[in-house]
Design a protein around this ligand. Structure first.
Ligand SMILES: [Mg+2]
Length: 122
């Protein structure tokens, strides 16, 4: 991986292509069905959740504990990788899906109704 890359200069297509190449190079495409990828994604989310299980981990704790931050970072990356592989497997344009859903969310949670710090309509 190129160490110069970061969130400010990396496109979605770069990530999608990297994951696709990783899968193809190992001849894993046949295993990357939507069902398998959704299950793998769920397991990775659980691994992320497990880090926090029965612990009182605050934002300050995460910032101060390099090993903890690395463990969280690794699991977030696993979630992202499986999500990208799922996106690849169904040939989804992630940017279009994001844009469409954000518009729906803006309609569903209008600023006028949800600007009071609550997740619920009053
Ligand atoms: Mg993992």
């Amino acid at each position: 991986m190129n160490p110069i890359l970061d969130d400010n200069n990396t496109s979605v297509s770069f990530f999608k292509n990297e994951v696709q190449k990783f899968v193809k190079d190992r001849n894993w495409t046949k295993f990357h069905t939507p069902k398998n990828l959704i299950q793998a994604l769920s397991i990775e989310v659980s691994e992320l959740s497990e880090i926090f299980l029965f612990k009182d981990i605050s934002l300050g704790t995460i910032k101060d504990d390099k090993q903890l931050l690395e463990n969280i970072s690794d699991e977030i990356a696993d979630v992202f990788i499986y999500l990208l592989s799922l996106v690849n497997s169904i040939n989804l344009d992630l940017t279009s899906a994001f844009s469409k859903k954000m518009e729906k969310n803006k309609d569903k949670y209008s600023i006028d109704e949800f600007n009071n710090g609550s997740y619920h309509k009053l």
